[in-house]
Write a protein that binds this ligand. Structure first.
Ligand code: HEC
Length: 441
């Protein structure tokens, strides 16, 4: 038991330790940054995935001429961490993710200083070579598995976004068509065409399947894969997979935004299987972990809070976290209450934004290992006041429901349950890497 607590704490201590170099480095930002020397490398790294021609952000930030007119707006969006979209609170919880697209404190500081200095261009000779962005429509993972294409390609339906339109959601259903259980090792989603990238804001494929002997479900299919601009795909951790069963269906939730021209597109999801007969040791499945489910009572012009408690009946590794709320969602926190009584914040999203449905995927050496009997506590805050920009009407009472004007309050958490002996092995491995990392510093 003592070991269990130590390891869990070890993982968190590691997370905390890692935020320190970033904070210290903030002081190291160059005094008078220039675009060519200091800013362009940051934009290539953290912005161009979305801010380049033929992608979905409103403007390209690849050259000085393109970026300069946006300097003020860039400072505003970057300084309050609205851009790049990444809502994880940096002061608490785990800070090591596989898909972190946020700016380091030093990068943020450099951008702010650059704008404050009048956003100078600098010496054109300092400009780094343009970053190569794939303009073809290839599949990212296929070459890694020595394949031309994924093993299974699931398509949504043609959707036409008019030249001028409010945002729209496509929520149709595609059957998987598989006839025997298969273990999934990687998934990727892409808009079917290049113009399609301009209108596809994000796409989530929810999986509906009946588990043999499973209790009646909540009626909500669980997310199978989430995609937003800039994301490559999702590769399972070693010896870990998702199980796809015959009769399964994918419910799409594709968010389209207008692009100033009429575009028809759909999305394609590529699925890679483990070879037949090769069964991974661990199964990852997405769980709906509620702060509230079925009922909510959010009064007009108030802030409200909801809390839910879920006991882990087996030891577990927490793979990822995605807060799910609607237009009035303000913040969500996931905590672990260990059998020892010790409480630890796993993650806090303190500035929830309904437009960015991000799944935060913990790094291999940071994914929390939690002993059997741990309680996951999910807290959700809703802001039904004028302070919440996306709130359509703070004078309305709001209850739990499906429409975006209703509310929800749950976390989607990818969980790998494991036997106690496997848990011990995973803990020992973690302890070994934690020691190695500490020694290197
Ligand atoms: C994951 C995609 C993505 C990434 C990465 C991203 N942006 Fe954005 N950005 C968007 C989208 C989409 C919008 C338009 C919607 C909105 O305003 O939120 C936007 C809007 C903006 C705006 C506001 C433009 C306006 O109309 O005033 C600024 C400024 C901005 N981004 C700067 C940046 C900078 C600087 C970076 C990198 C440090 C960055 N963004 C990274 C997708 C992204």
């Amino acid at each position: 038991m003592r070991l269990v607590t130590n390891i869990a704490v070890g993982a968190w201590t590691l997370g905390v330790a890692l935020t320190l170099p970033g904070a210290a480095a903030a002081a190291d930002a160059p005094e008078t940054p220039t675009f060519t020397k200091d800013i362009a490398p940051i934009f290539q790294d953290k912005c161009e995935a979305c801010h380049r021609p033929d992608s979905m952000a409103p403007m390209s930030l690849m050259t000085f001429a393109e970026a300069r007119p946006w300097a003020r707006s860039i400072k505003a969006r970057v300084a309050d961490r609205q851009m790049p979209p990444w809502q994880i609170d940096r002061t608490v919880g785990i800070q090591k993710f596989k898909n972190d697209r946020s700016l380091t404190d030093e990068q943020l500081d450099t951008i702010v200083k650059w704008v404050d200095a009048g956003a100078p261009q600098g010496d054109p000779k300092d400009m780094p070579a343009a970053k190569h962005w794939p303009d073809d429509q290839g599949w990212n993972f296929a070459p890694m598995f020595g394949q031309k294409e994924p093993d299974l390609i699931i398509k949504s339906y043609d959707f036409t976004m008019p030249k001028v339109s409010q945002d729209a959601w496509d929520k149709r259903v595609t059957p998987s068509g598989i006839t025997e259980p298969r273990w999934v090792r990687a998934i990727e989603i892409r808009p079917e065409t290049l113009p399609g990238r301009k209108i596809t804001h994000h796409a989530i494929a929810y999986l509906e399947q009946t588990e043999p002997g499973a209790p009646a479900s909540t009626g909500l299919p669980a997310p199978f894969m989430e995609w937003a601009v800039g994301k490559q795909g999702e590769m399972m951790r070693p010896d870990t997979g998702k199980l796809l069963l015959p009769g399964s269906k994918f419910h799409w939730d594709i968010h389209y935004s207008q692009a100033g021209e009429e575009i028809t597109s759909k999305v394609e999801m590529g699925i890679y299987f483990y070879p037949k007969g090769q069964e991974p040791k661990f199964r990852t499945s997405l769980s709906l972990v509620p702060a509230a489910l079925g009922t909510m009572d959010i009064r007009p012009n108030t802030l409200s809070i909801a809390e839910g408690f879920t006991v882990l009946r087996e030891a577990a590794r927490i793979e990822s976290f995605q807060p799910h709320m609607h237009l009035r969602g303000k913040a969500m926190m996931v905590e672990a209450i260990l059998p020892s009584g010790q409480k630890q914040v796993i993650s806090l999203v303190s500035d929830f934004n309904f437009n960015w449905m991000t799944t935060y995927v913990y790094a291999d050496d940071a994914a929390p290992l939690l002993p059997k009997g741990t309680i996951l506590k999910v807290t959700a805050w809703h802001d039904n006041t004028v302070a919440k920009k996306s709130n359509p009407d703070p004078n309305q009472w709001v209850g739990w429901g499906d429409r975006t004007v209703d509310e929800m309050a749950h976390a989607w958490i990818n969980i790998v349950y494991m036997k106690d002996e496997d848990f011990k092995i995973e803990q020992d491995k973690r302890k070994a890497t934690a020691t190695a990392t500490t020694l290197q510093q």
